[in-house]
Every structure is written in structure tokens, then in C-alpha cells.
Design a binder for this molecule. Structure first.
Ligand code: CP
Length: 291
């Protein structure tokens, strides 16, 4: 039984297989490789992209998907998460796709050894399929990403997208630099900048991140319009530089990225979402068929 808790648990060969399969699936949609499989999705935090993308990926491969809505589940009657999970596993799914606010939850459920656990985002630590789809999107644009420089901009300290991305992108030979105001900057050995203007001539990619207000114990900034004056990705800032713009979503328009740049061909936000389906198809194939 193989889990996907973070990309650090994947071998180089498995990462390459996921990227190759995703590329092949994008060229030609495969037959129903997972027609006998059943997946359960359990999202204890909100999601638009990841949940629907996993569901679309599973259905494109012929798998059945059952979604448990935690707000209407018996966890609200006092059942523990472990008991909820064990009861769902008693229905013999082939995998469970989990999102949770706690970093450790996917590992704890995987340790129960009842079904294959796929981390769909946990706390501020890991969002492995986001990192893989971001890598795929950059490779699609550049070919080899080795030696390319990516600036991660925004609320980095709260972001599992940043954490997983940093681990995967550095492993792939990319230079990662961090750009954020002090309250959003994590402890890190990576190069750190407070001003976006300082890095614009050094980078091939900017990954913008939203302020994750739901993870702030108390408000960090009173005025995000003021924050946007320094960190929003605008046409004035980018000028004609050939910089790829990524964002995992949801985008806070005109705070993270301006309306104009969201419509600019350099901005790959919807390409990321499109690629996410192929990456998740490849991940499901790896975990449920090839392992
Ligand atoms: N990128 C991402 O995780 O988006 P959702 O929160 O909408 O799933």
C-alpha cells in the first residue's frame, strides 16, 4: 500500500513517471485504467480546485468517488477523526484523499494501514500534488527547470504550497528565493528579500501566494490595499520581462495579482488548474495501479 504524504517520499523515478504519465494523458486521454477502484474524499478545509480536480481525475480514469462532507458527518456528534476514517475504510475504498488543518493528520491516518492515503493539503507543511503540478507547468514552459530561479512572494510562512514547492523545486535544481514582508517570512536558509523590485531582474518565475487569513491567530495587516502596493504583480512592475506567473489559487484579485496580469499570457493560473487534473490522474495511477 503506497501513500502520497509529501513529494519527499517519492523516488526520483516515481516523480519522473508522474510527470511523463501526466504529459501522455494530456496528449491523449487514457482509457478507464481505474474502472474497478473506489476513492473517498475527506476535506476538513475548504477547497475548490484540489477536491474537484481529484474527482475529475478519478472519474476520467473510470474510478468511483464518494465524498464525505465533514460538516454533515458524525464527527459533529463527537466521533474522532480516526474512528470516522476507520469506518470509511471498513467500506473497502482503494484510497482516501484527505485535506486537514493539521500537518500530521495524513501521516497519522496512513499509519493506521487501512487504505492508501493521499494528502490533498495539510496545515502549512505539505500539498504534494500542487508542487507536482507547479513543476509540470514550469517544465511545460521551459523544458528543463534546472538552474531557473523562482521567487515565492507573499504569505510564505502560512503556506503548504510554498513548503512543498520549496522541497520539490530545490530537489529539481531550481534556485528558490523568498519575497515577503517580515511577518510572512519563514525561518529559512534560502535567499530572502523584503522588496519585490529587488528580484524582478533575477527571476524566471514568480509564484504569488495569497495572505492566508484563516491561519493567522490575529490580523497581521489592517490594510491589504497597502500590502498590495508593495507585493501585487502588476503590469507596471513586470513591464515586458518574460517572467512566468504562477498562483495556486484562490487569487485575491488586485492584491496578489492585478486583473490585467491575470489576463496576460505570462500568467499560467488556469494552465496550472488544467495541468492539475493530469498530474492527479498520474498520481492515482501510480498509487493504485503501479505500486
Ligand atoms: N490550490 C488549492 O489548493 O486550491 P483549493 O484550496 O481551492 O483546493
Amino acid at each position: 500500500m503506497q501513500h502520497l504524504l509529501d513529494t519527499t517520499h517519492l523516488t526520483d523515478r516515481q516523480i519522473q513517471q508522474i510527470l511523463d504519465d501526466a504529459k501522455a494523458f494530456k496528449i491523449q486521454r487514457p482509457s478507464h485504467l481505474l474502472r474497478d477502484k473506489l476513492l473517498i474524499t475527506l476535506f476538513f478545509e475548504n477547497s475548490t480546485r484540489t477536491r474537484s480536480s481529484f474527482e475529475v481525475a478519478a472519474k476520467r480514469l473510470g474510478a468511483a468517488v464518494v465524498h464525505l462532507d465533514p460538516s454533515k458527518s458524525s464527527t459533529n456528534k463527537g466521533e474522532t477523526l480516526e474512528d470516522t476514517f476507520a469506518n470509511l475504510c471498513a467500506m473497502e475504498p482503494d484510497g482516501a484523499i484527505i485535506r486537514h488543518s493539521e500537518n500530521e493528520t495524513p501521516q497519522q491516518l496512513a499509519d493506521m494501514g487501512m487504505t492508501s492515503v493521499i494528502n490533498a493539503g495539510a496545515g502549512n507543511y505539505a500539498h504534494p500534488t500542487q508542487a507536482l503540478l507547479d513543476l509540470f507547468t514550469m517544465q511545460e514552459h521551459f523544458g528543463d527547470v534546472k538552474g531557473k530561479t523562482i521567487a515565492i512572494v507573499g504569505d510564505i510562512v502560512s503556506s503548504r504550497v510554498a513548503s512543498s514547492g520549496i522541497r520539490l523545486f530545490t530537489r529539481m535544481g531550481m534556485n528558490v528565493i523568498l519575497v515577503a514582508p517580515k511577518p510572512f517570512m519563514p525561518q529559512s536558509n534560502l535567499p530572502q528579500y523584503e522588496g519585490l523590485e529587488e528580484v524582478l531582474d533575477k527571476v524566471d518565475v514568480i509564484m504569488s501566494l495569497r495572505a492566508q487569513l484563516e491561519r493567522h491567530a490575529s490580523p497581521i495587516f489592517d490594510d491589504y490595499q497597502e500590502y498590495a502596493k508593495h507585493y501585487c504583480i502588476t503590469k507596471d512592475r513586470l513591464q515586458n520581462r518574460e517572467i512566468l506567473i504562477l498562483h495556486p489559487g484562490p487569487v485575491m484579485r488586485n492584491i496578489d495579482i492585478s486583473d490585467e496580469i491575470l489576463d496576460d499570457p505570462r500568467c499560467k493560473v488556469l494552465t496550472q488548474v488544467n495541468n492539475g487534473v493530469y498530474i492527479r490522474m498520474a498520481v492515482l495511477k501510480l498509487l493504485l495501479l503501479d505500486s
